[in-house]
Design a protein around this ligand. Structure first.
Ligand code: SAM
Length: 257
């Protein structure tokens, strides 16, 4: 790693608490270099000096490093496995479910879980924690207004039931909104709760180094109740699940033993 980037990592960590060394280096460096070059800076050092004084630039940095791409029912077949196999077992074994959608971005994922859970229980009994590092994404999630493309994978019945179409946008209804509490959290530095029956962590682990993934799998395992499930993204298979006290329950679903 070159000195310029190494110093930038150290300075950003003390300024924001974000540890860029836990993200895959080549990918992150490329993304940030293209941003600072676009802004006319010559080095990470110059970039930091401006970031340190300019809130708007800091927000642009955050926007560039956190990739917020998401959609309702992303990889739909996995949500069907959740509905048809994982949730029926969890609900047989537990009276109520403690659910956490981590790295929830603009909210499509936790709202998807809420819609699926509502087929098993009244909305008034559903409570989902949703967290992300990015304050801007959390704000959009709380607002619950989406472009049509976010709903491409959504079953029509849910679209009709839970959204109001207002011109080119879809507004999620308040009953679903109330089931999700959004909170800022950095997966790499903040503590996790305990006793979860379902933790969803999808499409963020791919950005992390092997060391960071290892730490996170251990933290997720501790946060789950026995029999609880970690649901990961469709490119994020865990190679040694037993090492973390997991067994494979279905593709991309890991059950805590
Ligand atoms: C590609 S989105 C994934 C959204 C959703 N889970 C999905 O699969 O559709 C990745 C999210 O991870 C968040 N993220 C990145 N680093 C994080 C960290 N250290 N802690 C918490 N969230 C983080 C980003 O802000 C972004 O919203």
């Amino acid at each position: 790693m070159n000195q310029d980037y190494e110093n930038f990592i150290r300075l950003m960590k003390s300024k924001t608490g974000i540890d860029l060394s836990m993200y895959k280096e080549a990918q992150m460096k490329r993304r940030l270099t293209s941003l600072f070059q676009k802004k006319g800076f010559q080095s990470f050092q110059e970039f930091f000096q401006s970031l340190d004084k300019d809130q708007a630039l800091l927000e642009e940095f955050l926007d560039r490093m956190t990739i917020n791409v998401t959609e309702f029912y992303r990889n739909r077949s996995r949500w069907e496995a959740l509905e048809n196999k994982i949730l029926p077992r969890l609900l047989k074994e537990n009276q109520s479910l403690k659910v956490w959608s981590s790295a929830s971005s603009t909210g499509e994922e936790p709202y998807t879980i809420s819609m699926i859970l509502s087929r098993f229980m009244p909305l008034s009994q559903i409570s989902i924690l949703a967290t992300d590092l990015d304050e801007g994404a959390l704000e959009r999630a709380r607002l619950g207004i989406y472009a049509e493309r976010s709903l491409a994978e959504m079953p029509t019945v849910d679209k009709n039931k839970y959204f109001v179409n207002d011109g080119s946008v879809y507004k999620i209804n308040d009953d679903i909104k109330k089931t999700v509490q959004f909170k800022k959290q950095n997966l790499l530095s903040d503590p996790f709760g305990t006793g979860y029956h379902l933790i969803i962590c999808r499409n963020v682990l791919i950005y992390f180094t092997e060391e960071a993934k290892d730490i996170l799998y251990q933290k997720f395992s501790k946060a789950l109740a026995p029999g609880g499930v970690l649901f990961v993204g469709s490119t994020e298979q865990i190679f040694n699940p037993q090492q973390y006290g997991f067994e494979v329950e279905d593709t991309f679903f890991y059950k805590k033993i």
